[in-house]
Design a protein around this ligand. Structure first.
Ligand code: GLC
Length: 443
């Protein structure tokens, strides 16, 4: 009996310990993810030799729109002669973004740094002849912007990478495991280079879909990077070993179930510079997509594609500047907030202050007249127009004194307080937000 009690005691001790451990690791992930959760906006930079011809990054040879040999001829035209990392960082700062992610190596295998591995890089194989990562990270860090390294796991130009390689030689891992091992040594060496030289705050992996967790050794990759910097964040494209999810080009329709997520999106229809693509999003479109992501608890990673010489297309500069103006005016409603109230209470995006006692309502387009909030159980203290200060009146309809139904709040928004792109209202509540979603009457 005594023995049984003892083992029961040991078991419950072990269980409590395991639970405590789990809590510690959940807490430490939460704290390492805090800057990312507060950041809301990042700028993605697809810079590479594909900007020379203005064609699809890597995919153009993969999809046989151009031969691999002709694709690689772009190496000779990549000059970076107007590359100005200080100006890039200033523009990124101006947009309101809190982090930036640079393509250190895309699927074409061309590194933007001076790799010591026997493979392509812009220092040894292009007229640019310089490292394009460090100067940008330095400039970004001066502006207090976190630095992310996009890194393609796939390398379609490496001779020992199976799948599409320069001589089209395919092999299976089962038949030639030693070639795969060679590739992996190369991959790990390049990752060591990136992590030791630049110590990114975030890794943005891509292309994990071509192999399994075991084949990539995702866990080892994660450990390698965390050993260098335990606070670094890894995106969700490492076959199950990332920290957050990365939906792509897809406007959130319902709220994703992840703790952290980031929508990556282009400003026209392509990631890299493509002069033929003139389908530019307008500032209004970008701002409304952005606020929708933030309302749903996510970030937006908005992409720019510099030209081969390093200049940023004017249309992208314009969008970043307009977004920046809007962000500066509406800062408090975006940065450091929480995702908003569930859809259905208000027809539009919303966010909440960290203590959830301030509710921000976003009004896309030229909304004036009456807007409504359903099922808000709090008392409203004040309503004002963000960045403008005008106080607004509200009216509650349908509130019966003895019923739990809070009634519907109507707010009148005059036309003259509207923002050019998206007006934001700040609704101060009497305490943390309380929502009613019953069916009405006495329930
Ligand atoms: C894709 C593509 C790639 C692009 C990336 C950005 O997965 O392979 O070309 O860089 O998405 O999210």
């Amino acid at each position: 009996m005594k023995k049984q009690l003892r083992s029961l005691f040991i078991l419950s001790f072990l269980f409590a310990n395991a639970q405590a451990q789990q809590k510690i690791s959940a807490d430490s992930i939460r704290s390492k993810m805090q800057w990312f959760a507060d950041a809301k906006l990042g700028i993605f930079i697809h810079y590479g030799i594909y900007a020379v011809n203005g064609i699809d990054e890597s995919w153009s040879f993969y999809n046989k729109k151009i031969s691999w040999q002709d694709y690689m001829k772009q190496l000779n035209g990549f000059t970076a002669k107007k590359y100005d990392p200080t100006a890039w960082a200033a523009l990124i700062k101006q947009s309101g973004a809190q982090y930036a992610v640079l393509t250190t190596k895309h699927h074409d295998g061309v590194a933007l740094w001076d790799t010591k591995e026997k493979h392509y890089d812009v220092v040894d194989n292009t007229p640019a002849k310089r490292d394009l990562v460090q100067p940008l990270f330095d400039a970004l860090r001066k502006q207090n912007i976190k630095c992310g390294a996009y890194f393609s796991l796939i390398d379609w130009s490496y001779p020992d990478y199976p799948g599409f390689t320069k001589d089209s030689s395919r092999y299976t891992l089962k038949d030639q495991p030693e070639r795969w091992n060679k590739f992996k040594t190369f991959l790990f060496n390049q990752l060591k280079e990136v992590s030791t030289r630049y110590n990114p705050d975030l890794y943005w992996f891509d292309g994990d879909w071509e192999h399994s967790t075991e084949e990539w050794q995702s866990q080892q990759i994660r450990s390698l990077l965390l050993a260098r910097n335990p606070n670094t964040i890894i995106n969700g494209r490492l076959q199950g070993y990332g920290d957050y999810d990365t939906p792509e080009q897809n406007f959130p329709v319902t709220r994703p179930h992840y703790n952290w997520w980031e929508l990556c999106m282009t400003i026209n229809n392509n990631w890299g510079y493509q002069p033929k693509d003139t389908n530019w999003k307008t500032p209004y479109e970008v701002i409304t997509i952005f606020t929708d992501a933030v309302s749903n608890g996510g970030n937006l990673l908005l992409d720019i594609g510099p030209k081969e010489d390093g200049t940023i297309p004017q249309q992208e500069v314009h969008v970043l500047q307009e977004l920046g103006k809007w962000n500066a005016k509406h800062h408090e409603a975006i940065f450091g907030t929480l995702g908003g109230i569930p859809q259905g209470h208000f027809y539009g995006p919303t966010t909440l202050s960290k203590d959830s006692s301030t509710l921000y309502l976003f009004l896309p387009g030229k909304t004036s007249g009456q807007i409504a909030i359903k099922g808000l159980a709090n008392k409203i203290q004040t309503i004002e127009v963000v960045g403008n200060g005008t106080k607004l009146q509200h009216k509650i309809v349908g509130k019966i004194s003895w019923s739990p139904v809070p009634g519907i709040v109507y707010i009148t928004v005059p036309a003259n307080v509207q923002d050019e792109y998206e007006t934001v209202l700040k609704v101060k509540l009497d305490g943390p937000v309380k929502l009613y979603s019953g069916r009405g009457g006495l329930q």
